[in-house]
Design a protein around this ligand. Structure first.
Ligand code: GLC
Length: 662
């Protein structure tokens, strides 16, 4: 604690100290203490764009329309499919600049919770089903954001993996799964990017609310991991302010009543709360406030640059799941589906952004191909008109060589505060798609969603492009891919399971309104499907492009207790520039403990011009091979032989190389 903070602390009354540990009545700031010249710092959502709310007088209630325009980037689930950590870092930096320009000191993101079930209502807001991929993306996002003087809020700590009864559900997880899966990305980001704030989650963990859970917020976060930043509660996640403060929750958000601060004053006066604990949180808050005020910078709000960068990122994130030669589109075609005209660019809930400017896929395609015929095809509440729309679309489909069919989820199906009921598209879209594939043999499906879809008529489709939630310039990105200007290079960061009941959480999910036990342990996502050889629709890490890549001469060097490196020569055998995601998984068949068959431990994305060859080096260290020993209560390294899987995706192996640890 520096001298200035020490002095301030001494000058503060007990009431002022308690008041600082609860948000300001404005809902989006800390509480200023003018008597001592302590300013407020502001905080707003969210992970994919700055939702800087206008004053009540200017707005019309809690929705995106009363916030200032800002760049709406693709969702985190979408950008994670770019596997491009530098690009995600750049997104973080641009978000930080826009936050500064809009007077925001803390941006409430990124959300890095694990995707345990494809039904998760906020899966669109989280990166991946793999903690290593999530951790690497999170480190770059946070470093980029905080390089501008804006603080992040790493959320939601932790095990907020479902929206089902999210404010009360008690999550039970075995210690090894906690350490290797659910805490892992938080530990990586906290140790490698030093986020200035962490947001405690709504749910309970092991019987107590995360915001009041001392083992979580103090023993693990602050003592074991050495975290020195501020813990902010999720909005309304504190139930007992004294208990939360003792557990390590420094700032309750938002302000609810005077009772919160008053309860802290009474607890100290009655000897139930040691004032040193209050002083510890106050000092941490004062350090954050001083640091953020000092790091405020004058950035110009450059929304055109943001729009273009979001376009590049959306184009790098779309995943080509199937292509029997229909893409890039070189023949006449029509466009069918309302989402081509009014695209779904972001998820619903607190992450909502008021986008700077949004085009539509139909407009962007017409800019390239001329006047392309279009039929809306479906609408959510069309009633008897639905049949007319569908027949109109079907007859249009009969008249052209190819159909670009747009489908996806809506804000009711995919939103914060509610999980999905299934993995299906809306029924009216499925009914129409069945008619269209019967009317035309060359149908390309474009999906706009933030999470897994069970794809209907898959065998009758000529191509499938999963565009994710592409942000405000997703339409331009889509046209870049469909027209062949850019070769798609996205790879799935969440398994497309063939049917929901194949998911390992199916038996335990939402069976009990009070609690949820993660009985599948570490066998989550591809760790389960791959180990149990469950056939999936499209595996983790999967994605096609418009060119092929040749891998040659994979070699492992190094070993012992320093790093070891897998190097491989990769050539772009195609006729256009393209990008490849090189993936390295590690397994240990003869392990003395249960392990997934393979786990992602290194990756990199490389750009290769047509016919260009590069040597790619992927680095591992012994830390990458450890597993969590519940008896020793620490990560341990098992000696012996490991398998290094150089893969196109988790299921498609290029080479397996042995690695021995003596
Ligand atoms: C919400 C979300 C959190 C968000 C906060 C402020 O309930 O859980 O992600 O940052 O409240 O809107």
């Amino acid at each position: 604690m520096n001298e200035e903070i020490r002095k301030l602390l001494k000058q503060m009354t007990l009431e002022e100290k308690a008041r600082l540990c609860v948000g300001a009545e404005s809902n989006w700031a800390t509480c200023a203490i003018p008597r001592l010249g302590i300013p407020a710092v502001t905080m707003y959502d969210g992970p994919v764009g700055v939702r800087r709310e206008m004053a009540e007088s200017e707005g019309d209630g809690f929705n995106q329309h009363n916030s200032y325009p800002a760049t709406c980037f693709p969702s985190l689930s979408t950008v994670s499919m770019s596997w491009n950590v530098e690009a995600v870092g750049e997104m973080g930096r641009l978000l930080g600049e826009q936050a500064q320009a809009l007077g925001v000191n803390i941006l409430l993101g990124p959300g890095i919770n694990h995707k345990r079930t494809p039904l998760g209502g906020r899966n669109f807001e989280y990166f991946s089903e793999d903690p290593y991929l999530t951790g690497q993306l999170g480190v770059h996002y946070v470093n980029g954001l905080q390089s501008t003087g804006t603080a992040c809020s790493l959320k939601h700590f932790f095990a907020n993996n479902t929206e089902y009864n999210r404010h009360s559900i008690d999550i039970k997880i075995g210690e090894r799964a906690c350490r290797e899966i659910y805490l892992a990305a938080f530990e990586t980001v906290i140790k490698q990017a030093r986020p200035k704030t962490v947001m405690s989650a709504y749910n309970r963990f092991d019987g107590s609310f995360c915001s009041e859970n001392k083992r979580l917020l103090t023993d693990i976060l602050k003592i074991e991991w050495g975290y020195e930043g501020v813990v902010i509660s999720d909005w309304g996640a504190v139930h007992d302010r004294v208990k939360a403060l003792e557990a390590g929750c420094d700032l309750e958000m938002p302000y609810q009543t005077e009772e919160s601060a008053a309860s802290l004053v009474r607890a100290v006066q009655e000897g139930r709360l040691d004032e040193k604990i209050l002083d510890r949180s106050v000092a941490t808050l004062l350090e954050l406030i001083c640091e953020l005020k000092e790091s405020e910078r004058e950035y110009k709000l450059d929304l055109e640059t943001g729009h273009e960068k979001a376009r590049e990122l959306a184009a790098e994130s779309a995943v080509l799941l199937k292509n029997d030669g229909a893409l890039p589109l070189r023949t006449d075609f029509c466009v069918i589906g309302e989402l081509a005209e009014t695209p779904r660019i972001q998820g619903a809930g607190s992450s909502r952004v008021n986008p700077y400017r949004v085009s539509s896929p139909l407009t962007e395609l017409r800019n390239i191909y001329g006047n392309v015929a279009y039929a809306k095809g479906y609408g959510a509440n069309e009633g008897e008109l639905a049949e007319v729309l569908a027949d109109e679309a079907a007859s249009l489909a009969k008249s052209v060589p190819a159909v670009l069919f747009f489908a996806g989820l809506d804000d009711k199906t995919e939103s914060e505060n509610c999980d999905r009921k299934d993995l299906m598209l809306p029924p009216e879209q499925i009914r129409l798609l069945e008619k269209i594939v019967a009317a035309n043999a060359n149908v390309i499906l474009v999906l706009q969603a933030g999470s897994v879809i069970e794809i209907p008529c898959l065998d009758k489709l000529n191509a499938v492009l999963f565009a994710g939630l592409g942000g405000e310039s997703g339409a331009e990105a889509l046209a870049d891919i469909v027209s062949g200007k850019i070769s798609p290079s996205g790879r799935l960061s969440e398994t497309f399971v063939a049917k929901l009941s194949d998911n390992p959480t199916y038996a335990t999910y939402a069976k009990d309104p009070e609690r949820m036990s993660y009985s599948e342990g570490i066998f989550t996502g591809y760790r389960y499907y791959d180990s149990e050889e469950v056939e999936v629709a499209f595996p983790f890490g999967y994605g096609l492009g418009y060119t092929d890549f040749v891998y040659e001469n994979p070699v492992v060097s190094g070993g012992g207790d320093e790093e070891f490196v897998l190097s491989v020569e990769i050539t772009n055998a195609g006729n256009m520039d393209a990008k490849e995601v090189v993936q390295l998984y590690v397994g240990k068949k003869d392990s003395k403990v249960q392990r997934p068959k393979k786990e992602l431990k290194a990756f990199c994305k490389i750009a290769l011009a047509a016919k260009e060859k590069k040597v790619v080096r992927l680095t591992l260290n012994q830390q990458s091979l450890r597993y969590y020993d519940e008896t020793a209560r620490q990560f341990v390294l098992e000696k012996g032989c490991y398998e290094l899987y150089l893969n196109k995706n988790v299921s498609e192996n290029i080479a397996v190389l042995p690695l021995t640890i003596n």
